[in-house]
Design a protein around this ligand. Structure first.
Ligand code: G6P
Ligand code: ZN
Length: 587
């Protein structure tokens, strides 16, 4: 790790300016490109779009044009990514534009690698330990998250702000505005920087420091969890663990953390080498795209615990033997067990939060533990203010995101360690040879205590935008006419609206965040258009029903939810508007 003294010795000093050569700044004329508006999580397009002449450079320059100069001039920015195709070239472009705009230092992960949670951790750490004139002011993440990579697939860029959180909409809107009028890009005339070795390169006042992508992040995780407790679980012969890195960024983290630090066997990590095209995979840890892992976990004599993470390491999927933990339950169960099993929460949990489409399981935990609770729109950026103002400790989304205020991003490896901590804690008293308290035992006990929120999501990927928009118009029309007490088959409406959120910290309003129908028994049907696709429109339908009766908890979610699913399809006229008979993905 880097102490402030070492860091400042690698920062520009008068003598180093004299020693090293300076660089000149080239003003590159450019024209705006259409459509550089960021979605739920950064700017995502096909690689070919980003490879157009100044496409990426325009967006990066527009970003600098949008930030107050005191946010970056003489400041430090972090740069990393998930290792996908085009990252290496993009990193060099970003470094050159940053240098020309007056950034003092770029801290970049070796080979351009840093997971999304690691970028957040590095920004926060460097912010705390640097002297005032050299805080880490933010960072770039080169990733299209869980979207496939390679020349024919997706690329993306996200910018995180000074406390490590995704840039707020006020900033991303400004960037978009500037992309529409940009006419010039500032580029430093410096050679490409070798990112393959840890070390410092100086160009006049500008410094590029290549750092180990794992060190800061691992140090943080060690302060959050009881690694000894997790080691004791992994050392048991009756606990078998498997982690699928999906050839994505957590490949770089799994071995140092799970194997070298925590003692898991090397064979427990599969697809553990990050590849530019993720091995032709779709690095999204869900029941469809992480099929290899699912087959292992549901196969004969499967492991006791399985997990996977996505392209950039912020999502997670948790499985027990022949058992899937739905993300909405996962965050609720972590929250219910955190005080005991995770040292970071020993002094108390400040509050809990979930995104609107996420099931209401967490609400029940908040109620029981008497904790402040928040429902925010889809998108991790909405949790940041709550965390910064000390109102929120643990949060999650149905979209396989779970995390806490140890950083300002969701964190796949954190979620895996949280679950391992819970299983380890519950097995402190069981001896090897006795039956292990399993993942499914923990979930079923939780259902018995709190009731079960059956939940499912149907995704209709890459629909024609026109049909999808018409469907949303139709739904908005329907909610404008609906009244409390309306009957929908067996269900009685409590309310229907287009979700809108007022941030309790800064008062900003996010409207049109998803159409939801909420019924008197707590059941909900929700429709949203995805904000993370790169082509066409992806429709998401979320269905939830609460079941207090424990004798019904073992039902398959698809069976339990069938009547509500049918209702959702009929009120939305989804088939008519899209021509789709079946969803692409069911979770
Ligand atoms: C990203 C964000 C999440 C969000 C998800 C939803 O992963 O980081 O916070 O929940 O996208 O994406 P969607 O495709 O539903 O807009
Ligand atoms: Zn991701």
């Amino acid at each position: 790790s880097h102490s402030p003294i070492k860091a400042s010795s690698s920062s520009p000093s008068t003598s180093s300016i004299l020693e090293s050569q300076n660089f000149s700044i080239k003003m590159v004329p450019t024209k705006p490109y259409d459509g550089q508006k960021t979605g739920t999580s950064g700017l995502r397009k096909k690689v070919k779009v980003f490879m157009q002449e100044n496409y990426l450079a325009n967006w990066i320059q527009a970003l600098f044009n949008s930030l107050p100069t005191e946010d970056y001039v003489n400041g430090v920015l972090v740069l990393g990514g998930d290792g996908r195709y085009f990252n290496k070239e993009a990193a060099q472009t970003i470094i050159k534009i940053a240098a020309a705009n007056g950034v003092a230092k770029i801290l970049v992960g070796q080979d351009g690698i840093l997971s999304t949670p690691a970028v957040s951790a590095v920004i926060r750490k460097r912010k705390a330990s640097f002297c005032i004139s050299f805080p880490a002011n933010g960072g770039f993440i080169m990733s299209a998250s869980h979207n496939p990579g390679g020349p024919d697939y997706d690329w993306g860029i996200k910018f995180n702000y000074s406390s490590g959180q995704p840039a707020p909409e006020s900033i991303t809107d400004k960037i978009y505005g500037n992309t529409l009028s940009i006419s010039e890009i500032k580029m430093a005339t410096i050679p490409d920087v070798d990112l393959s070795c840890v070390g410092v390169t100086k160009f006049g006042n500008f410094v590029v420091e290549v750092v180990d992508p794992v060190a800061d992040y691992m140090e943080l995780l060690e302060s959050v969890f009881d690694f000894q407790l997790i080691r004791s679980l992994l050392s048991r012969s009756d606990f078998r663990f498997t982690f699928d890195a999906m050839h994505a960024v957590t490949g770089a983290y799994a071995k140092p953390i799970f194997v070298e630090k925590l003692g898991a066997s090397p064979e427990s990590i599969t697809n553990g080498v990050p590849l530019e095209d993720f091995g032709h995979g779709h690095p999204d840890p869900n029941l469809t795209y992480a099929k290899d892992l699912v087959d292992i976990m549901y196969g004969e004599n499967g492991p006791d615990f399985g997990a996977a993470s996505d392209g950039d390491g912020d999502r997670n999927m948790i499985l027990g033997r022949s058992f899937f933990v739905t993300p909405s339950d996962s965050v609720a169960i972590i929250a219910a067990n955190a005080l005991e099993a995770i040292p970071y929460f020993r002094d108390g949990i400040k509050g809990l939060a979930r995104s609107m489409p996420t099931s209401g399981a967490l609400d029940r935990v908040a109620e029981k533990l008497k904790l402040p609770f928040f429902e925010v729109p889809t998108g991790w950026k909405f949790f940041g203010n709550l965390m910064d103002s000390g109102k929120l400790s643990i949060c999650g989304e149905e979209s396989f995101g779970t995390g806490s205020d140890h950083i300002r991003e969701k964190d796949g490896i954190w979620a895996v360690l949280a679950w391992m901590s819970i299983i380890a804690y519950r097995n402190k008293e069981t001896k090897s040879g006795e039956r292990l308290v399993s993942v499914s035992d923990v979930v079923k006990e939780y259902w018995a205590t709190y009731g079960r929120n059956f939940f499912s999501r149907y995704d209709y990927e890459e629909c024609e935008s026109e049909g999808a928009n018409k469907m949303v118009d139709h739904l908005r029309d329907l909610i404008s006419k609906s009244r409390e007490g309306d009957r929908y088959g067996e269900y009685v409406l409590r309310f229907a609206d287009d979700f809108s959120y007022t941030d309790p910290v800064d008062g900003s309003v996010a409207s049109k965040q998803g159409v939801h129908f909420v019924f008197t028994d707590g059941s909900r049907i929700i429709f949203r258009l995805s904000g993370t696709g790169s082509a066409g429109a992806t429709i998401r339908v979320y269905i939830e029903q609460f079941e207090p009766d424990a004798s019904k908890h073992d039902l398959d979610a698809q069976i339990a939810l069938k009547p509500l699913i049918d209702l959702a399809l009929s009120i939305s006229k989804l088939k008519d508007f899209t021509g789709r008979e079946k969803p692409t993905v069911i979770t």
